[in-house]
Design a protein around this ligand. Structure first.
Ligand SMILES: [Zn+2]
Ligand SMILES: [Zn+2]
Length: 379
């Protein structure tokens, strides 16, 4: 069978069985010793009943609704060897759990030789790690950022957002830092509004949130996000785990959702380009169905597509690789590791990012000195 036939078959399979390609939220894993309890004051019915129109259909999603960032229904990707590259990970400078240096050490210990620290709306973790006087890092650190851009008027998209990675941005660029600082201000305002909504819904998590905000304020350039609120809900036993909190309360269409404010995708792409980075469209499982949109973003400067994303099944990876080839976009990939309920080593086993994703990217960015040791191929 030729590649073309294979692709046509894959497209037909998707058309015939759209449900197989739906966004599949991981069922909440039972947490030892913790049972989700009801709010102190009874939550309004909306808090526990389906709130979005899409949830009336199969698996909470209609066949033509966006897939979201997890397309895991098909056969999983089987890594031919442990990945030496991870171009998408988060630290505690945004909504990850590990400190930047701990993340670097965990990635290096798992065999990663090229790591892009891509915190949301901040490069403070990268700055700390590359600061004068810091010990040499055990891997190649690529400065990066992730901007969750607001994609209104672009059709039905997951969360109404497109996430743009800025790979290789200049972390000393003051104009770029000013743009990110503004993004972080919007994040704080949104964070506060979500917490207020949760209080009104009967989920009082204020004390822990105050502590979190204080901790975040103590780290210059840190940025806040919904996963931190979700973890507070879990600690207070209002949710079984982060996924449960997101699915029932915090996601778009759920009772404590608050729309984001900030950059649109074209603005985010322009800002990343101006800071010398390569903008790559992150975890967009619908790229194959929305090549029009991806092509339009390319005309505005998009340079890459996150093809080798940890939560994509092999069919999704293949379809995105095809989109990247057709549109001449650089293929990127990564773990999107945050640290909820898994170690970096555990996440790493489910990820495969080819070395070429890093070598081609480094060449394009004009960054020299990248050497990936492919000598140790695990059995
Ligand atoms: Zn993202
Ligand atoms: Zn991410």
């Amino acid at each position: 069978m030729t590649d073309d036939q294979r692709r046509r078959d894959a497209a037909l399979r998707r058309a015939a069985h759209p449900e197989r390609y739906e966004h599949a939220a991981k069922p909440p894993a039972p947490q030892s010793g913790a049972t989700a309890r009801q709010p102190a004051t009874p939550a309004k019915p909306a808090a526990t009943s389906p709130a979005s129109p899409a949830s009336a259909s199969t698996n909470g999603r209609s066949a033509d609704a966006p897939k979201g960032y997890r397309a895991t229904v098909g056969p999983p990707v089987v890594p031919p060897h442990p990945s030496r590259v991870d171009l998408h990970a988060h630290s505690s400078r945004s909504d990850g759990i590990l400190e930047p240096l701990a993340l670097v050490q965990a990635a290096a210990a798992a065999g990663v030789q090229v790591l892009a620290l891509a915190d949301h709306d901040t490069v403070s973790g990268v700055r700390e790690l590359l600061a004068p006087g810091m010990a040499p890092l055990p891997l190649n650190l690529l400065p990066a950022v992730e901007i969750n851009s607001i994609a209104t008027g672009m059709g039905d998209l997951w969360e109404g957002e497109l996430h743009i990675l800025g790979l290789g941005v200049d972390v000393s660029d003051e104009d770029f830092e000013a743009i990110l600082a503004k993004q972080r201000q919007f994040r704080v305002a949104r964070f506060d509004r979500i917490v207020d909504k949760l209080h009104r819904l009967g989920y009082p998590i204020g004390d822990r949130i105050d502590q979190l905000v204080a901790e975040s304020g103590a780290k210059p350039g840190a940025s806040l996000g919904r996963p931190q609120i979700a973890r507070c809900l879990v600690e207070a036993r209002f949710a079984r785990n982060v996924d449960d909190a997101m699915q029932r309360l915090l996601a778009r269409g759920k009772p404590a959702y608050v729309p984001r404010e900030g950059l649109g995708p074209v603005e985010a792409i322009s800002a990343i380009r101006a800071a010398g980075g390569l903008p790559s469209l992150a975890h967009f499982a619908d790229a194959h169905e929305r090549t029009d949109l991806v092509a339009e973003l390319k005309s505005h400067g998009l340079g890459g597509l996150e093809v080798h994303y940890r939560h994509f099944d092999s069919d999704t990876v293949a379809s995105l690789a095809q989109v990247a080839r057709v549109l001449s976009l650089v293929q990127t990939g990564g773990s999107d590791y945050h640290g909820d309920g898994e170690t970096y080593a555990e996440a790493h086993t489910a990820m495969y990012v080819p070395d070429e994703d890093a070598t081609i990217l480094y060449a394009l960015l004009g960054r020299r000195g990248l050497k990936i040791d492919a000598g140790e191929v695990a059995t």
